[in-house]
Design a protein around this ligand. Structure first.
Ligand SMILES: [Zn+2]
Length: 206
């Protein structure tokens, strides 16, 4: 299967993503963010049909373009089942969303927020939202943040993925715009081996 995949740089370091099945032209946007106009331009230039707008979590810098994209394309908004996002499709851990023939597996990764998701696209590309960045992890000091939850999400879910899975974060905070799980396991200081208590202490430091 041929997959179209585009990382779109947004304002304030946000990334949006466009995933599409090149055969059927069915597509999904992950995190509409602020620049729905640029996403719309790409979707039209590539002749893509937008089926889903998937949100990694409810912070407005990730969801700001939802309503505009939904009204232009008639796409359905997808979010975690307990999210406050005004969604059409509510998903849970382990669900698989189909974009044409491309499987997008939902991994519930609370910690940055309670509704945080990571999305494993075609068992190959992990869209990590604000859970994991290149060289960093998400903050837990905002409302709904929880360091214990983030520990389980990072160490018991994401670190179980194979080293060749590519990492595509929700913000351009690192030395490069994307990475791999293997590279993050080797070099990301937030993923160094720690007990739960050590991780909570680590996250509480300014
Ligand atoms: Zn966030």
């Amino acid at each position: 299967m041929l997959m179209f995949f585009r990382q779109v740089q947004q304002h304030s370091d946000n990334f949006s993503y466009i995933i599409a099945d090149d055969a059927t032209k069915e597509s999904a946007v992950v995190d509409s963010s602020f620049n729905a106009g640029e996403i719309t331009r790409i979707l039209r230039a590539e002749n893509l049909k937008l089926k889903y707008i998937i949100n990694t979590h409810g912070h407005s810098d990730h969801t700001a373009g939802n309503a505009e994209l939904r009204s232009i394309f008639g796409a359905r908004i997808v979010a975690y089942k307990l999210s406050r996002i005004n969604s059409d499709v509510k998903v849970d851990d382990g669900d698989v969303i189909r974009v044409g023939s491309i499987p997008v597996k939902v991994i519930h990764t609370p910690g940055h927020t309670r509704d945080s998701l990571c999305l494993l696209v075609n068992n190959q590309k992990l869209l990590t939202g604000d859970t994991l960045f290149v060289g960093e992890c998400g903050r837990t000091d905002l409302p709904g943040g929880n360091s214990k939850d983030l520990y389980h999400s990072l160490f018991h879910k994401l670190l179980k993925l194979s080293d060749d899975v590519e990492v595509y974060p929700g913000h351009d905070y690192g030395s490069r715009p994307y990475s791999t799980m293997g590279e993050e396991k080797r070099s990301n200081y937030t993923l160094e081996p720690r007990s739960l208590a050590e991780f909570i202490e680590f996250m509480s430091q300014p």
